[in-house]
Design a protein around this ligand. Structure first.
Ligand code: FES
Ligand code: FES
Length: 179
């Protein structure tokens, strides 16, 4: 029996200690926003926060999470209003969406550590794989959430998005991006 704190709630789960955290989240707790991709810590689809750090839950025994705080995409914010989620919506980042919860968790951890990341910071932190190739929009959305707005204008133009529509999503940072 393991005791886990996930998204602010305590859970007792009857699993083997070496079961990957990903499967405990998905199969035992029903938190299916965290995805399985490669299973070998390469793609990042399974990224969650462990005490605020991004980890690849497919390769973490659940027992490692005991006594620590786990946050999944379901718990990042109560109303999908985390700045990263708002920026993702404003720029229509996802395509198929499969990798996106991992991308968002990785981006949120990056901004927690570095509120104004450079492109080099983003390259170093964002190693998640996207088979749909959303990398350019991911980068722009991180800059948008950070308030730097770098590259956001071109994404709006290329995607045919209306800046007003994007601002309507509630992302005040977009004001800087329109300049
Ligand atoms: S499923 Fe965990 S890194 Fe790919
Ligand atoms: S949006 Fe499809 S894999 Fe990233």
């Amino acid at each position: 029996m393991l005791s886990l704190n996930v998204n602010g709630r305590d859970h007792q789960v009857d699993v083997e200690p070496e079961m990957p955290l990903l499967w405990v989240l998905r199969e035992q707790l029903g938190l299916t926003g965290t995805k399985f991709g490669c299973g070998i810590a390469q793609c990042g689809a399974c990224t969650v926060h462990l005490d605020g750090q991004p980890v690849r839950s497919c390769s973490y025994p659940a027992s490692v999470a005991e006594g620590r705080k786990v946050v999944t995409i379901e718990g990042l914010s109560a109303t999908s209003s985390h700045p990263v989620q708002m920026a993702w919506k404003a720029l229509d980042v996802p395509q198929c969406g499969y990798c996106q919860s991992g991308q968002i968790l990785a981006a949120a951890a990056l901004l927690e550590a570095k509120p104004k990341p450079t492109d080099a910071d983003i390259d170093e932190a964002m190693t998640n794989i996207c088979r749909c190739g959303t990398y350019q929009r991911v980068r722009a959305a991180i800059h948008l959430a950070a308030g730097t707005g770098k590259g956001v204008g071109s994404i709006i133009h290329m995607a045919g998005l209306s800046p007003d529509r994007a601002c309507g999503a509630g992302c005040s940072n977009l004001e800087g991006a329109k300049a």
